[in-house]
Design a protein around this ligand. Structure first.
Ligand SMILES: Cc1cc2nc3c(=O)[nH]c(=O)nc-3n(C[C@H](O)[C@H](O)[C@H](O)COP(=O)(O)OP(=O)(O)OC[C@H]3O[C@@H](n4cnc5c(N)ncnc54)[C@H](O)[C@@H]3O)c2cc1C
Length: 521
């Protein structure tokens, strides 16, 4: 859709001519979506790698400009969609794309009250390096060091290996500054009562459930321009340096952190250990670590990953494996936690992976990927260029335990047909203050039509099987407008409420509904 001259001028008057574009060359760079191939294969526009261009892109400088853009969209009958760091920037031909990269300030780090106030384009890496100087850190979701903690807190997901000690993103949101789809400004929590950023649930309105629920509204309910997130103690040095070349930097494990790898004779024993580690509260970071994922994340090429896989080392030491980092303010605290871990392993029949324990580079790699989410995305996507969750559980450990074999067996029927790579065993996992998270993550080839179609089928059948066996809901079952009517009835009719919320917040459907819900009819 081309923008009318009149609409273009009204939007340009808000941001200035330098910060609006409807030039196709610029717009093409906004037509990317992670795994566009799967989305375009669903037949809602676009072709293979490219989703349709947006109508225009705007780069506002501040909240007032965002409000003005949204008001123009309401007046002119346009649709907008905002994003922060843009891993899933989502084009779409009828949309005005709001790219928030100019809103990139760390507004405040309040060390005394352990709060950081940030704007959308602050990355996990920037916040991490700023906070550790003050002996603090924020939760880092595992989508990458370059992604946005504001996007994670307000709009999407929240899992990462540091969940055990820093919580899931939805639980870390304190004050929120939210431009509603009508252009009004809403401040959540204590901020809404003029009392500052310290509490997400008041005094002042607490709408965290509506704002994002468990997994987020994906830009379907307006624009978040500032958020306060909780900070937690950081046990490492004030400056965390790597040396060498990316992606596999060298460096030193901080003195008050220790990394452990352990394998178990059976998956049942591994889940017993997960429960115990959770109950004892000793983990700074935790990964239920499929062997193949360790190979991908710790190598800088597929050849190196394959060599490590073929060495047989991981089969010997990390079958049904976990890795975790322990941290302590003092050597005594760290010794205590290590003792607890040894006792858990003794009781559950686990073994420390002796050779892996002697590899400081591996320990550092786990630390970097777990604490900073550095290289995870690239390393784990690299084998085929495309990954997606089949089985996805945000449930109790025991529900994951029950579907452990089934989720791998189901994926195996697809790997046997050459649709995706056989990763050798089942789910990556970690645990948070809301649940144990477990993901079966097949690798497919986005350039290959058979692989793409096969993946779509794998997703549909995995979700169906999860519902049939009462083992939770697949990741996308509750994400995006297109899934609502299919899966909502199996999820306590959540789709009915989403549609009501959409209608109440966005009477003109000015905010793109695709990531959330079309309004109630
Ligand atoms: C391969 C892959 C792996 C992933 N792994 C993880 C993981 O381990 N843990 C996890 O939590 N997530 C994961 N995700 C999902 C992840 O949280 C997001 O995809 C990622 O953080 C998005 O990147 P971003 O921060 O650049 O957000 P963006 O791409 O900027 O935005 C993501 C979504 O949030 C909306 N949004 C962002 N900012 C705003 C805003 N200011 N106002 C309104 N809406 C906004 C956007 O519209 C968009 O729909 C993964 C995604 C992929 C594709």
């Amino acid at each position: 859709m081309a923008l009318s001259r009149d609409a273009y001028v009204a939007l340009r008057d808000v941001v200035g001519h330098e910060f609006i574009s409807d030039d196709p060359v610029i717009l093409d760079s906004y037509s990317f979506y992670f795994l566009s191939e799967l989305i375009t294969a669903l037949g809602h526009g676009g072709e293979k790698k490219f989703i349709p261009r947006p109508a225009a892109v705007l780069l506002p400088e501040n909240t007032v400009q965002v409000q003005e853009i949204v008001r123009v969209c309401n007046r002119k009958g346009l649709r907008f969609h905002a994003f922060s760091t843009g891993v899933v920037c989502e084009g779409g031909e009828d949309r005005i794309q709001i790219d928030l990269r100019r809103m990139n300030r760390i507004v405040d780090i309040d060390a005394k009250n352990k709060i950081a106030v940030i704007e959308p384009y602050v990355s996990n890496a920037r916040l991490f390096h700023a906070a550790i100087k003050k002996g603090l850190r924020a939760h880092v979701h595992a989508a990458g060091a370059n992604t946005s903690p504001l996007a994670s807190a307000t709009s999407v997901g929240g899992e990462g290996p540091d969940n055990p000690s820093a919580g899931y993103s939805s639980r870390n949101v304190l004050g929120v500054e939210w431009v509603l789809p009508t252009g009004e400004l809403l401040q959540l929590g204590a901020l809404g009562a003029g009392a500052g950023w310290f509490c997400g649930d008041g005094p002042g309105p607490s709408l965290r459930g509506m704002m994002r629920g468990v997994f987020g509204a994906f830009g379907g309910l307006g624009v978040f321009t500032r958020v306060a997130v909780k900070l937690y103690p950081w046990h490492g040095p004030a400056v965390f340096k790597g040396h060498g070349l990316p992606p596999t930097y060298d460096g030193e494990l901080p003195a008050n952190m220790r990394c452990f790898f352990a394998g178990f004779p059976t998956s049942d024993q591994m889940y017993d250990a997960v429960n115990a580690v959770w109950e004892e509260g000793i983990a700074h970071t935790f990964n239920r670590m499929p062997r193949s994922f360790l190979c991908y994340a710790m190598s800088d090429s597929n050849e190196a990953a394959w060599e490590l896989w073929q060495s047989g080392l991981l089969d010997r030491e990390l079958t049904n494996g976990i890795s975790l980092i322990l941290a302590g303010h003092s050597p005594a605290e760290l010794d205590y936690k290590e003792k607890v871990l040894h006792e858990i392993l003794r009781r559950t029949g686990g073994r420390l992976a002796e050779t892996l324990q002697q590899e400081p580079r591996l320990a550092l790699g786990v630390l970097r990927t777990s604490i900073l989410s550095d290289h995870v995305f690239r390393g784990v996507s690299r084998p085929s260029g495309g990954i997606l969750e089949g089985y996805y559980l945000n449930e109790s450990v025991d529900v994951s335990r029950l579907s452990h074999d089934a989720s791998y067996a189901h994926t195996k029927t697809y790997t046997d047909q050459g649709i995706c790579i056989d990763n050798g065993e089942t789910n990556w996992g970690t645990f948070s203050d809301i649940a144990y998270l477990s993901e079966q993550i097949p690798h497919f080839d986005p350039r290959d039509e058979k692989s793409v179609q096969g993946m779509l089928d794998l997703l549909a059948t995995s979700y169906q099987k999860q519902f049939e066996t009462r083992s939770g809901a697949g990741l996308f079952a509750n994400i995006g407008a297109l899934m609502n009517d299919t899966f909502g009835p199996m999820l306590s009719n959540v789709h009915v409420w989403k549609k009501k919320i959409k209608k109440a917040f966005d009477p003109n459907t000015a905010c793109d509904p695709m990531g959330y819900a079309f309004p109630e009819d």
